[in-house]
Design a protein around this ligand. Structure first.
Ligand code: ATP
Length: 286
């Protein structure tokens, strides 16, 4: 079976000489939920941008594939990138919602790649597409906001709308770049629960970059840890002990050991990965 995401020998050097990625090799299998952790500046966003084909790596042997399709190789993004991206949902910090448009229309934008050009230009959607969008908004718990302008949503609601858009798109891979970075704990939990549900119920492959290791441990069976553009750990999240993190990160470990929470107390609270977390009031899929 093709890997959902395959990265080989990826290097990225910015124009200012900064080496943001160095020799990244990664295989992520269909249906995995993987956390990308690391201190600020370790390369998480840069790696996700390369996976999405939003940024080209250095020329050379570097290569990225999604679902067996080439995203980029030898420093060049494939010409077919629109088709590759059609199967990928992006939940990026800047969410890319169109502020002045209603939430429902933003979510329907996820269906654009499937529509004939004239219909997408006219922004006319079929009843079935509207139903899909409404259902996706219901699943992420913001159906009652569907006619509001996107600009009037809270940060957490905007993230959830971006996830609903990925659902409507029918994305099989979700790339989420620090989706909870600016959210309060309750909104963070909701967003992470929804990502987990997409992974466990719908079988989507999810890669999510996070600052805090405790969140990675709670939600993602596997963690890839970056340090100065290199993968320094790739394995079970449960094995990330404070000692290992200090070994990997030195003084930077405190940044990712998260907000005063000790790992041991988090481990005590941690639910097993297989336990659904939506025994809470979040709406369920039909
Ligand atoms: N356009 C750019 N030009 C030059 N350097 C850049 C550029 N974008 C990122 N960098 C540098 O590349 C490194 C990796 O940045 P990146 O944004 O990927 O880190 P990150 O782990 O996502 O950080 P954060 O958690 O703070 O978002 C950093 O040193 C950053 O300063």
């Amino acid at each position: 079976m093709d890997a959902a995401i395959r990265v080989r020998a990826l290097d990225k050097t910015f124009a200012n000489g900064r080496k943001a990625l160095q020799g990244i090799d990664l295989d992520i299998h269909p249906g995995e939920m993987v956390a990308l952790i690391g201190a600020s500046g370790s390369g998480k966003s840069t790696l996700l941008r390369h996976l999405a084909g939003l940024m080209a790596a250095d020329g050379g042997t570097g290569r990225v594939e999604l679902g067996g399709r080439v995203v980029q190789e030898d420093g060049r993004i494939t010409r077919d990138i629109r088709r590759v991206r059609a199967g990928v949902g992006f939940v990026f910090q800047q969410f890319n919602l169109v502020d002045r448009l209603p939430v429902l229309v933003n979510v329907l934008a996820g269906a654009l790649h499937r529509m004939p050009a004239w219909r997408s230009l006219l922004r006319r959607f079929s009843r079935e597409e509207r139903q899909r969008a409404t259902e996706a908004l219901r699943r992420v718990g913001i159906a009652d906001c569907c006619h509001q302008r996107a600009s009037t949503l809270s940060g957490g609601q905007q993230q959830r709308a971006a996830i609903a858009r990925a659902m409507v798109q029918g994305a099989r891979v979700i790339l989420a770049d620090e989706p909870i970075a600016s959210l309060d704990p309750e909104s963070s939990r909701r967003v992470m629960d929804i990502l987990r549900r997409l992974n466990q119920e719908d079988g989507c492959t999810v890669v999510v970059s996070l600052h805090q290791v405790n969140v990675a441990m709670k939600y993602c069976p596997r963690t890839v840890a970056l340090h100065q553009g290199r993968v320094v750990y790739d394995g079970p999240s449960a094995a990330l002990t404070p000692a290992l993190l200090r070994e990997l990160y030195g003084a930077e470990a405190d940044e990712i050991l998260s907000l005063g929470d000790s790992i041991s107390s988090l481990q005590e609270r941690r639910e097993p990965a297989a336990t659904p977390s939506w025994a809470d009031p979040l709406p369920r899929a039909a």
